[in-house]
Design a binder for this molecule. Structure first.
Ligand SMILES: [Fe+2]
Length: 216
């Protein structure tokens, strides 16, 4: 079932670790949805597989320190919209990995099953967000990987590897950033992007809210 191995996961955390080790973004997203379905069906134990220090990434996009990123283009132009959608897709991809990393990293703690329910829900929702943005990029003849992306979110997560709360807040910040950017007038000027933003609001992460409140 897992994208890079084809082997069904033996536990939630073995599936999470396999997803973290999956470099291809589309495979990572689809595997996330499938693992969430398996978890929600009740067929998996939590397990105790250990996550990799950093998730696998494709060769493209090139990852740069935030200060080396090119300046934002005007959102109203096609190039500006592609840049915005690409940046959002990058946030969502990081959010998928952050959710699975939290699940695997804290699997040995005495946490209730609801903790894992919530974070599995977050991972699945972020996977859908990534897929929606990848589709919107395709509408513009672009794809994730076409532009450089910053590595700041995961660097921050690695620096707070033992803090579930701080990681949860990072995940929350990424989600809020996505929604606030998608609600900007420049986004609303594009009918399909406005529909995508509405879809994001409809899919607003109840799981994320529950996970944050439990971690606080
Ligand atoms: Fe998201």
């Amino acid at each position: 079932m897992m994208a890079e191995t084809g082997i069904p996961p033996t536990s939630l955390t073995s599936g999470a670790v396999a997803i973290l080790a999956t470099a291809d973004p589309a495979a990572k997203a689809s595997a996330s949805r499938r693992l969430a379905e398996m978890w929600e069906a009740g067929g998996l134990d939590v397990g105790d597989s250990v996550p990799t220090p950093r998730p696998a990434r494709p060769e493209r996009p090139q990852l740069r320190p935030p200060k080396e990123m090119p300046k934002r283009r005007a959102f109203g132009s096609p190039a500006g919209r592609i840049a915005l959608l690409h940046a959002l897709a990058h946030i969502e991809l990081n959010a998928i990995d952050l959710a699975w990393d939290i699940i695997a990293r804290f699997s040995r703690e005495p946490l209730p099953r609801a903790f894992f329910d919530d974070w599995v829900g977050v991972a699945a929702q972020e996977a859908v967000h990534f897929e929606l943005l990848a589709q919107r990029l395709a509408d513009f003849g672009a794809c994730y990987g076409d532009l450089p992306a910053h590595d700041g979110l995961w660097e921050s997560a690695a620096a707070t590897a033992e803090s579930a709360i701080r990681k949860a807040l990072l995940c929350c910040a990424a989600s809020i950033a996505t929604r606030s950017i998608m609600s900007q007038p420049e986004c609303a000027g594009s009918t399909n992007s406005a529909a995508l933003a509405a879809s994001f609001r409809m899919r607003r992460s109840n799981s994320l809210c529950r996970a944050i409140s439990r971690a606080s």
